[in-house]
Design a protein around this ligand. Structure first.
Ligand SMILES: [Zn+2]
Length: 265
């Protein structure tokens, strides 16, 4: 049984998720991401270690600051749980590599964790600010580009270069860049085009198209729901960011892309 291992992986993911929260909240505020203790956004009280335990602290404090009782954003536990779950998925899908331990297999897991971390940063930041910062999307594109090489065989690294994967990224990029260009940035931002480039390189053409299709479907369903809710009680929100849906589609396709496609055809 693997339950204790999986629990540790989830906790590790939740801790990384708590760090990703700090990164998205401090980016552009002039505050350092790595130094300076965490404090309450309302009253500025420095947080003790007991108030910084992912998920757990939020639950025992019932989502409020212990000092000023102001509400703590649901983003904290949500991103912590999400990151924990994505890390669990990565380990679960990569479990066979542990039977055959090698530096290459180990590096592959860390590679996927890094990809997931940047995707989560992009989704959370785009959700909050409707923009995808270059500082998140360029590392993601760089990591995706690495996936086009076959590092298992150094001698054939040029011969085995994945040219179809390379073109997949370019095709998705051109598709989103056209949407951005012809709509004057109203339908899509240029950041979405950059994200699509990385998605194509990471997933290849079939899974890449599957990820984008899923993003449009899920985006449409959520859009209709929001429109329905806005008529009843919420103020009409003019637009919703598309980045989080692209990230969701990418994560689903990364793990279940082949299954999904063979199920459909
Ligand atoms: Zn406070």
């Amino acid at each position: 049984m693997l339950y204790p291992e999986l629990f540790i992986v989830f906790c590790f993911g939740a801790i990384i998720g708590s760090f990703l929260n700090v990164v998205t909240l401090r980016l552009g505020t002039g505050e350092s991401v790595v130094s300076g203790g965490s404090k309450c956004f309302s009253c500025g009280k420095k947080l003790k270690w007991i108030e910084l335990v992912p998920i757990f602290s939020f639950l025992i404090q019932k989502g409020r600051c212990r000092e000023c009782k102001s509400k703590i954003s649901l983003q904290y536990p949500a991103v912590e749980i999400l990151t924990g779950l994505v890390f669990l998925l990565i380990f679960n899908f990569q479990l066979p590599v542990f039977n055959e331990f090698s530096i290459f297999n180990f590096a592959k897991i860390f590679y996927l964790l890094a990809v997931a971390a940047f995707l989560i940063l992009i989704a959370v930041y785009d959700y909050r600010h409707q923009i995808i910062p270059d500082i998140f999307v360029y590392p993601f594109i760089g990591l995706s580009f690495l996936s086009l090489f076959n590092f298992e065989n150094w001698k054939l690294i040029i011969e085995n270069f994945n040219f179809s994967g390379l073109s997949a990224g370019l095709i998705l990029f051109i598709f989103f860049a056209s949407l951005w260009f012809f709509s004057g940035g109203r339908w899509m931002g240029f950041g979405d085009a950059k994200l699509a480039l990385g998605i194509g390189w990471l997933l290849g053409i079939t899974n890449g198209i599957a990820a984008i299709t899923l993003a449009f479907w899920i985006g449409a369903i959520v859009g209709i729901l929001l429109l329905y809710l806005s008529k009843n009680k919420y103020g009409l929100k003019s637009s919703i960011a598309f980045g989080p849906f692209m990230v969701l589609g990418t994560i689903i396709s990364l793990f279940w892309g082949e299954k999904m496609i063979s199920f459909l055809f």
